[in-house]
Design a protein around this ligand. Structure first.
Ligand SMILES: [Zn+2]
Length: 583
């Protein structure tokens, strides 16, 4: 077991469920479940591992990574201070503990998150460690078991933490392709970017009794809808009733259930010969590792990068421009940049989300599938389109169109402009987290070129659901962020009036994201902004799309997927640290 240094052992604890005073040792013997009321207390990662794995089988995987403060984030405290405090209070190096072990004699790789460490937040190091655990499972040809506990992506690492949702998802996709079982065990609480990626895009999803899981947290939903939430909202039983988990499991049965599932899948599949470890890529491909050189446009960049222009806008001013109601929408671009758009509707499961539009169109004579968020210019339009906030049905429509494009051999162009995915009650009931997670995972395996453009607001997981792409472009006055500046300010500053400071700290502008490698190219806007000269903006966007799309058309699908995965594999902690050092 890892070197945890439990703080002073109290002899008696009060149950948060029934307020009974409980003898600590008795509680621990009962797996930290209250013997009086059945309340499941939260577990740290080391204790969770101890409960799940066969005695003597645990081998911890390395947990030390180079220090990373990739965006020099400071709120009321510098981020490194918060990291140091989290390490001191938990005895852990990071918010996840990864290990190989056996469960009922079945070898597995485990990654167990620890909510005590900065709320189990998903940063570059956590993403890197879970990705390495998944890669180890692939190498060893063993199942991967994830135990999640997280408030979501780690704000202090900006959009780089958002990228971890894609990085871990593509590692899960590789296990799926290899026929290896992935299981996630949701524990309390599992929210945001973790819920909307690897907590729900595994083969099996188990919820521990008392766990709550959702895309949006209850506080945010209450704030936005202004209504009280239904009884038991987002609890394990709610998730089961709404078809989002395979089962709800009491802690005392969890190990047994895992043993049974691991046994069934091993029995069902004859043992395959081990796949040899991947040889180093041939030199030509290794050259492509960093900037995906093979798919870089041959000619000069289509448009000058905004970073080259002398006067840089303040991040908060850019946020306001990105949200300007006059800014061209996806339907405007379908009219001005593309020809012959034929809209395709519906998720085939019962709904058609108006916040996502998609269909076939032509780009300079070439057929493409275009999928984008649709806002509007008037209040009525905005309301009708739910402000560009897609429901699960919207994400499933997008998923259907992506897969259709791959079957038809059409490249996919996505236009991203959303404050975020719909955070409503019915969105949660219909599985918003899983819908986003499946889109992210599918984009990492899609055998056709994918080109994403952040045209306005790139809001968190809802944006990433359309933006795992071979090339990611961004209009000069667009923003792309792990959380809205207002949301970030409300959590890390005394109040939401600090949104302008939060906007600066989050590094959400196109030039910053280009420097961080999240975005490949900035598409400049006419002198003031896109809404002042939509025609000129459209011309520039068309030129940038063509310059980036044409080289992708010659890349064989298998290589395209490999390069796309390399692109999203490079956001791990090592690279982030290297970039921090370069600055
Ligand atoms: Zn109790």
């Amino acid at each position: 077991m890892t070197a945890t240094a439990p703080r002073e052992e109290q002899l008696w604890l009060r149950c948060t469920g029934c307020a009974s005073l409980l003898y600590r040792k008795r509680l621990r013997r009962n797996l930290d479940v209250c013997p009086e009321c059945g309340e499941h207390a939260r577990l740290g990662a080391p204790e969770r591992l101890r409960q799940l794995v066969d005695p003597g089988s645990l081998r911890l995987l390395p947990d030390r990574l180079p220090e990373a403060d990739p965006i020099d984030f400071v709120d009321v405290l510098p981020y490194p201070h918060r990291l140091t405090a989290a390490r001191a209070s938990t005895g852990l190096a990071e918010g996840v503990v990864c290990a190989t072990a056996a469960i009922g004699g079945h070898p597995v790789v485990l990654a167990v998150m620890d909510f005590r460490f900065l709320g189990g937040s998903l940063g570059c190091a956590v993403g890197e460690l879970i990705t390495r655990a998944a890669e180890r499972a692939l190498d060893d040809r063993t199942p991967l078991v994830l135990v999640t506990a997280s408030g979501g992506a780690r704000m202090q690492e900006g959009a780089l933490s958002l990228m971890q949702m894609a990085t871990v998802s593509q590692a899960i996709a590789a296990l799926r392709e290899a026929g290896l079982l992935t299981v996630s065990v949701l524990t309390d609480p599992t929210y945001g970017g973790v819920a909307a990626s690897f907590a729900t895009n595994t083969d099996l999803v188990l919820a521990e009794s008392g766990a709550r899981m959702g895309f949006a947290g209850p506080r945010v939903i209450r704030q936005i809808t202004g209504r009280a939430l239904p009884e038991g909202f987002q609890t394990a039983d709610f998730l089961l009733r709404h078809g989002q988990v395979d089962m709800v499991v009491q802690r005392r049965s969890l190990r047994g259930r895992l043993v049974a599932l691991l046994a069934a899948t091993r029995a069902g599949r004859p043992a395959r010969p081990p796949v040899p470890r991947q040889e180093p890529a041939p030199r030509r491909e290794r050259l492509a590792d960093d900037g995906a050189a093979l798919v870089r446009p041959a000619g000069p960049a289509a448009t000058p990068a905004a970073g080259d222009t002398p006067a840089l806008r303040d991040a908060w001013d850019t946020v306001r421009l990105a949200r300007h109601p006059g800014r061209p929408t996806t339907l405007d671009y379908l009219d001005s940049v593309f020809d012959g758009f034929v809209e395709l509707h519906g998720d085939r499961l019962g709904a058609d989300c108006p916040a996502i539009v998609g269909g076939v169109a032509r780009l300079a004579g070439r057929h493409v599938m275009v999928i984008g968020h649709q806002k509007g210019h008037t209040t009525a339009e905005l309301v009708a389109r739910n402000f560009g906030m897609a429901s699960p049905a919207g994400h499933r429509k997008a998923l259907r169109l992506m897969r259709l494009a791959a079957r038809l051999g059409l490249p996919v162009v996505t236009l991203v402009d959303t404050p975020g995915a719909d955070p409503g009650v019915s969105a949660e009931e219909q599985g918003q987290a899983a819908a986003i997670a499946e889109n992210i995972l599918t984009l990492t395996v899609l055998p056709t070129p994918v080109l994403a453009v952040i045209t306005g607001e790139g809001g968190s997981g809802g944006a990433l659901a359309l933006a795992v792409a071979d090339r990611v472009l961004m209009l000069e006055n667009a923003v792309y962020s792990v959380i809205s500046p207002e949301g970030c300010a409300a959590i890390l500053w005394p109040d939401r009036s600090a949104a302008p400071q939060a906007a600066r700290a989050l590094r959400l502008t196109a030039p910053d994201l280009c420097r961080l490698g999240v975005v490949d190219e900035v598409v400049s806007e006419p002198s003031s902004a896109a809404h002042d000269d939509p025609a000129e903006t459209a011309d520039r966007l068309r030129a940038a799309l063509l310059a980036n799309l044409l080289p992708l058309l010659d890349v064989p699908p298998a290589m395209l997927v490999r390069l796309r995965r390399q692109r999203f594999r490079r956001f791990g902690a090592n690279r982030a640290a290297a970039r921090a050092g370069l600055r």
